[in-house]
Structures are given as C-alpha cells and as structure tokens.
Design a protein around this ligand. Structure first.
Ligand code: HEM
Length: 414
C-alpha cells in the first residue's frame, strides 16, 4: 500500500529504480518527492539509464518539444537503426516498429490511415457488444461466492472486444495473449528468448494469414477497414498492417483490463464516491476519467530521445538518451490539479495525462472509456455489496515499469 511520504526516506537515493519493489509499492510517495524535490532526475529500468520528468507542465513540454523524438536512431543521427540495440528476428523487428515509436512524417501518415478505420461509429457499434458481454460474464459469476475479478471479469471484456474488432475468432485470441506478455513486460527475464524466437514470430505469422483471409473476404471489422483504408492512393503495406495490429492489440488489451481492475479497487476504497455514483449515475463518465487520473494503469509514455543536450531544472538530459515523462506523477501534480490526492468522481476540469499527450495521444481513449464505464456500472449494479476478499494490504502490485497494475483482485460478491 502507498506509504505516506513522511515515513519514506529518499535523500540518499537520487536514482529511481523503476523495477524495484520499493518504487512499485510506494510509487505515489516517490512521485511526491520527485514533484517537489527532483522534477527531473536519473532513473533506471533494470540496467538501462533513463531521465525521469515528473511535473505536469514539463511532461507536456517534453511530449511536444521538437528536440525530443521517438526514433532512437534518429536522436543519434542514425534514423535507419533498428528498434532495439541488438539484432531482432525480422518478423519481430517489424512488430517493434509500430507508429508509437515513429516520428512525423512517418507517424502522421500511419495515424491518418488508422484514423480512417477507427471511426466513432466503429467504436459505438462495439458498445452494444460490451453491454452484452459484461452481462453474460456477470450472470456467469452468480453462482460463486468469491472470485478473482481480474481473471473472471476485467480480462475477458477487452480480450473479446479486441478479438471482435480485429475479426479474430474467439478460439484464436490466445495467439495474442501469449505474445503480449513480452511486449508489455519489456525485454528482460529468462523467457525473453522463447518469446522473441517462438511466440512473437508465431503470432506474426498468424496475423499475416489473418490479413490474407480478410483481404480475400473482408468482414465488418476494423482490420478489414484498415486493409482497405486509403488516403491519396496510399495504403498500409503488409508489414505496416502487422505492426498496426500488434500495436492495437497490445495498446488496447492490457491497458483496459487494468483500468477496469484499478477502477473497482479505487471505488471500493472510496465508498462515499461509489454512493455518489449510485444516486447520480450521470457522473459515470467523469468518474472513469478520474480513475484514469487517480489510479490509471499507464504511468509513462514510450521513451522520448533527446536530439541535443537539453537542460531542465538544472539537470542536463544528454543527447541520444531516453527520457520518460512520468504521467502517473504528473496526474498528481498540485500545480495542475486541486487536491491532487483526492479521488473526486465529479472532478472538473480534469485535463489528466493518463492517455498521453501530443502526437501520440491515445487512439483508443474513447473505446477504453466506454468499455470501462459499462464494465464498472454493470458490476456495481449487479453486485452492490461487492467487497475485497482479502486485506487491502495483501493485494500484490506487479513490478512492471511504467504500469500500475495488480496481479489479481480477489473479491466477495455478496
Ligand atoms: C485504459 C486504457 C488505455 C490507456 C490508459 C491508454 C493509454 C495510452 C497512452 C498513455 C498512450 C501514449 C503512449 C505514448 O505516448 O507513448 C497511448 C497511445 C496509444 N493507445 Fe492507448 N490507452 C488505453 C487504451 C487503448 C485502446 C483500447 C486502444 C485501441 C484499441 C489504444 C490504442 C493506442 C494507440 C494505437 C496508441 C499510439 C498512438 C500513436 O502512436 O499515435 N489504447 N495510450
């Protein structure tokens, strides 16, 4: 659980280790320290050195300042360098070069094409399916006294929605699930070789075959729309389509599942706010935005790389080095939010950074908000007495840099 800043000692450790248990369990206390005393500081992700920027205004600046780029090679004057500092299998390299790690004009071109497929109407159409799915899952829980809500409810909703978006049969969704792990957990750990040389290439082959099938007989899904998306005679190549499918699946699946889970936990921690939603259900939209601000799942963007030495608050970010705008900290910056540590379902305005900022602002925001609103509202309507089945202090946070997510969420339904 989050420790109050006063009980946490930071002074001797100027370098923030994002993979440490200490940071993972006390990240909001670390954020308070960063916001007040070290607005730009040195950090590490395991052995990788990074610079961390925590204040709201500075995060927005770093995400829009042209001296920072996404393409790691470009910052060092080698724009054609691969996506990783070591050689990757060809199919994996294609996956790792999605638009989220590209700069304009390449990024703009890809984003325009995907925007054509990701229309408001396509998302709206999915909302009926999310309603149905959530009710089906809640019916299925009725016989059980307690469950891991993450596995039984939060996970299946976005998994099936992404599957349907892409026109993937339900029995094939596991192809993605296995590969997603390595892409979100980062390139470390012993299973990395298996993932890089087995799971990812197999999933890439599955996606290629799926693209061929959709090209031959298009369906009423976003992948078919992506294949056909055209702007001024330009289309996505096959490698670009594969990378886009991976990006959409990775960006849209684990994020939403953990937003739903964090939302349940946050509302259980704030029964007064849950009561408010019961009497004022029109507050659900702003409540979900507030959950993203207060306990969103994504706490950093992809690294931005400095193209020249940049000095901020007396700290010099050296050319070519990665900088992480700490969205989770910025969302609790008192310079931007009144009483930032208070969870207020009616907060307005609420210009949080939980969906990023600038060119790479989340493409799936509307879909994520819709899925989460329906999932939470239906859950608390159906099981009004739902409560945690273990002591809050025993809930385990995953030690994954850039995330705020639980390993499981055991709840009693009645
Ligand atoms: C709770 C749910 C979600 C959260 C908190 C979230 C958060 C974010 C954040 C912080 C970024 C910026 C990353 C960066 O600058 O490096 C981003 C980008 C992106 N998100 Fe989301 N996201 C969510 C759901 C979704 C969904 C459902 C989709 C699509 C199915 C999606 C698709 C994307 C894409 C494609 C990008 C990259 C955009 C670009 O590079 O132009 N996201 N998201």
């Amino acid at each position: 659980m989050v420790a109050p800043a006063s009980t946490h000692r930071f002074a001797p450790r100027r370098q923030v280790q994002l993979t440490s248990a200490d940071f993972c369990e006390h990240k909001y206390a670390w954020y308070r320290w960063m916001l007040e005393e070290a607005p730009v500081c040195a950090g590490r992700i395991s052995v990788l050195r990074v610079s961390l920027v925590s204040r709201y205004g500075d995060c927005r600046a770093v995400l829009t300042d042209e001296r920072f780029v996404r393409n790691r090679g470009r910052a060092k004057g080698r724009p054609n360098a691969g996506p990783a500092p070591f050689p990757l299998p060809k199919s994996v390299a294609a996956v790792a070069t999605g638009m989220i790690v590209q700069d304009d004009p390449e990024h703009r071109r890809l984003r325009n094409l995907v925007n054509k497929a990701f229309t408001h109407r396509a998302v709206e159409r999915l909302s009926h399916r999310v309603e149905e799915l959530s009710r089906e899952l809640l019916d299925g829980l009725a016989a059980q006294g307690s469950v891991d809500l993450l596995a039984a409810y939060s996970r299946p909703i976005p998994t099936r929605v992404i599957g349907e978006m892409m026109g993937v049969a339900r029995e094939d969704v596991h192809h993605f699930e296995r590969s997603i792990g390595v892409l979100t957990r980062g390139l470390s750990g012993v299973s990395i070789l298996r993932s890089l040389f087995w799971d990812l290439p197999r999933t890439a082959a599955f996606v290629r075959a799926l693209i061929d099938r959709k090209r031959a007989s298009p369906g009423d899904d976003i992948l078919s729309a992506l294949i056909q998306a055209e702007e001024e005679g330009d289309r996505l190549s096959k490698d670009e389509l594969v990378a886009m499918v991976f990006l959409l699946v990775v960006a849209g699946f684990e994020t939403t599942l953990h937003l739903i889970t964090n939302g349940v936990h946050t509302l259980l921690e704030h029964p007064d706010q849950l009561d408010r939603l019961r009497t004022q259900p029109d507050l659900w939209d702003s409540a979900v935005e507030e959950i993203v601000r207060h306990r969103g799942p994504i706490h950093t963007t992809k690294p931005q790389y400095a193209t020249e030495d940049v000095t901020l608050h007396g700290y010099t970010i050296a050319r070519g080095t990665p900088v992480l705008p700490m969205l989770g900290a910025a969302n609790h910056d008192p310079r931007a939010f009144e009483k930032p540590d208070v969870f207020d379902v009616a907060r307005s305005p609420n210009h949080h950074l939980g969906f990023g900022f600038g060119n790479h602002f989340c493409l799936g925001r509307q879909l994520a908000l819709m899925e989460t609103r329906i999932a939470l509202k239906n859950l608390f309507e159906r099981y009004p007495d739902l409560h945690l089945a273990i002591e809050p202090g025993r809930l385990e946070l995953a030690r994954i840099p850039g995330w705020h997510r639980y390993q499981s969420l055991p709840v009693a339904l009645r």
